[in-house]
Design a protein around this ligand. Structure first.
Ligand SMILES: Cc1ncc(C[n+]2csc(CCOP(=O)(O)OP(=O)(O)O)c2C)c(N)n1
Length: 558
């Protein structure tokens, strides 16, 4: 996402910010100017759930043909879709939300997007400036809510500022790879008087596209570490988790005998046959600690220093082994450039080993975590975009898909569940020529299940697999680990019932059908394989409900 080259639509034929868009000879409204500025800056999709204060923006969409409007039925779907779109295209999408409550509904997936370091432009409609003092029912503190996830927040005060504010917002989002939120009062939206923006900040290319600086202090430090002869590990993340970053890191690892790891929840990991592989740091702290055992020098390239997901009584939060020193080569934006420069300087003749092609045999028999993973590994299409929120049902997927044809793997960067169905929508819109496989667990699916309606409405090429284990299984496992439950003691009935989703049984096939998505239920491996072939071979969205056993009893506390 951070290796953009100037796209033709931005590099040439670009409109001046704020140009055109008024109907007939009338000057453009604030909303039309905003949209004109956006498309001029290469922002061409707007995911929305609008309200009355955004209706001038909605109307203006008809005067700006380059902007695609995508309706979602819940704001968390709009924000997650913009995240998925940015992860796959590298470009920010716009999100149009309705005042503070609409923004609040979108917050969890904005949080995940913030953690994914994606560019995004959030436009939040507000009451007309003169109406705010009446404290009407929807009045709220939008700025505070926006501030929790945005790196940039501005309230546009008048139509004259719309274009400059919009250009600044897009410029910030692209340059920083972060969320910019523009609060747009309804009267600014409907009034005329916009001034085209002078600024060209909206089309600034990302820092990752700029030349790197070999010989920096960080690079010199890392060179010393690599040559130290001690046990070194390189931990990559951010923009280094795609083929160029993986290749550079693998060359360095090979040349200096270092170990290579990837952050636990990468925004977009390229993997599969022909791509250098990096082992992800495990979710469970004990497993992660085992992976890092013996490491004396840890090099961070785009990743944060590893910590456990939660604090657990009596267990360390910091996963860096005792006595190991940590050395930062680069942060999440620009890590690919730093790694490439270093590999070219220190390992010019080293070739990175690539993951060999291999697929599991198609299994038969009951559907289990193992057989489901093997079916997916056996059938994953070339260039698939996998959006993974399979949670406990997917813990064997990494091995089963390691040698599948090259694909992208998108993960839950911020831990706020309900991300996969929306992110799949945005990914499919960003890459309409690629198959999207959305691996979703049943509890997480329910947060943003209305995304299925948008999958169908946009005719997106998304295969959704809902793993129906009818439980909050990970919480059953964590219950033991956090010490809330005496080890070996049975869970109390009230606690158990709050982690149980079996009664009433959710029917995802009916849910899918009701939202226009052809859907099937499978209970054994053979039927799962047949259903996946059906879904992959037909265009458009499909849903497969895969009835799975709970694994909480099998993966106990470590
Ligand atoms: C926004 C948000 N709300 C609540 C949680 C807490 N939480 C973490 S996992 C989980 C249950 C996951 O269940 P499911 O998606 O069915 O996956 P499973 O654990 O059964 O594999 C919950 C409620 C969260 N992480 N994020």
């Amino acid at each position: 996402m951070n290796e953009r080259v100037a796209s033709p639509k931005r590099a040439g034929g670009r409109k001046a910010h704020g140009e055109g868009a008024g109907e007939g000879n009338r000057p453009p409204s604030g909303a039309e100017s905003l949209l004109g500025t956006l498309v001029g800056a290469g922002v061409e999709v707007c995911f929305t759930n609008p309200g009355t204060s955004e209706l001038h923006f909605v109307t203006a969409l008809d005067t700006v043909p380059e902007m695609r409007g995508v309706l979602t039925l819940f704001e968390g779907v709009a924000t997650g879709a913009a995240d998925g779109y940015a992860r796959m295209s590298g470009d920010p999408a716009a999100v149009l939300l309705h005042l503070g409550p609409g923004l609040g509904n979108g917050l969890a997936n904005l949080h995940n997007a913030r953690r994914a370091r994606v560019p995004m432009l959030v436009v939040v409609g507000d009451h007309a400036t003169y109406h705010k003092r009446f404290d009407a029912p929807l009045e709220s503190d939008i700025d505070s809510v926006a501030g929790t996830v945005s790196g940039w927040v501005r309230r546009t005060a008048s139509p004259a500022e719309v274009c400059a504010d919009t250009a600044d917002a897009v410029g910030f989002a692209r340059t920083e790879q972060r969320i910019a939120t523009l609060i747009l009062p309804a009267d600014v939206s409907w009034s005329e008087g916009a001034t085209p923006a002078e600024s060209s900040s909206a089309v600034v290319e990302s820092p990752a596209a700029q030349p790197d600086r070999p010989g920096s202090a960080a690079a010199a430090d890392v060179e010393e570490v690599l040559r130290s002869g001690e046990q070194v590990a390189i931990l990559i993340g951010g923009d280094a988790t795609r083929a160029p970053g993986l290749t550079a890191a693998a060359r360095l690892a090979e040349r200096f005998g270092a170990r290579l790891f990837c952050e636990t929840f990468p925004a977009r990991l390229e993997r599969g046959a022909g791509i250098p592989a990096a082992e992800r740091i495990a979710y469970f702290g004990e497993a992660a600690a085992a992976q890092l055992t013996g490491v004396r020098r840890l090099i961070l390239a785009g990743a944060a220093s590893p910590v456990t997901f939660f604090g657990y009584p009596g267990k360390p939060s910091d996963l860096v082994p005792e006595g190991c020193t940590v050395h930062t080569l680069a942060g999440p934006v620009g890590a690919v450039g730093a790694l490439t420069a270093l590999a070219d300087a220190l390992a010019p003749n080293t070739v990175a080993a690539e993951a060999p092609a291999s697929r599991p045999l198609l299994p038969s028999g009951p559907l289990t975590v193992q057989s489901a993973a093997d079916v997916i590994g056996a059938l994953l299409p070339e260039r698939a975009i996998v959006v993974d929120e399979s949670n406990t049902s997917g813990f064997l997927l990494p091995q089963a898909t390691a040698g599948a044809p090259a694909h992208d793997w998108l993960t839950l960067t911020g831990g706020a569940i309900g991300y996969a169905l929306p992110v799949a929508l945005g990914a499919a819109i960003a890459a309409p020529d690629r198959p999207v496989l959305c691996l979703e667990s049943d509890g997480s699916a329910m947060y943003t299940v209305s995304a299925l309606w948008s999958h169908a409405r946009e005719r997106s090429n998304i295969t959704t697999v809902v793993f129906a284990n009818r439980a909050y299984d990970i919480l059953r496992i964590e219950l033991q680990r956090v010490g809330a439950q005496e080890s070996g003691q049975p869970t109390g009935a009230k606690a158990e019932s709050l982690l149980d989703l079996s009664s009433p049984t959710m029917d995802f096939v009916q849910m899918g059908h009701s939202m226009g998505v052809p859907s099937r239920r499978v209970t054994d491996a053979g039927d799962f394989a047949e259903a996946l072939r059906w879904a992959f071979n037909e265009p458009g969205p499909h849903l497969i409900e895969a009835v799975m056993p709970s694994i909480a009893g099998q993966i106990g506390p470590a």
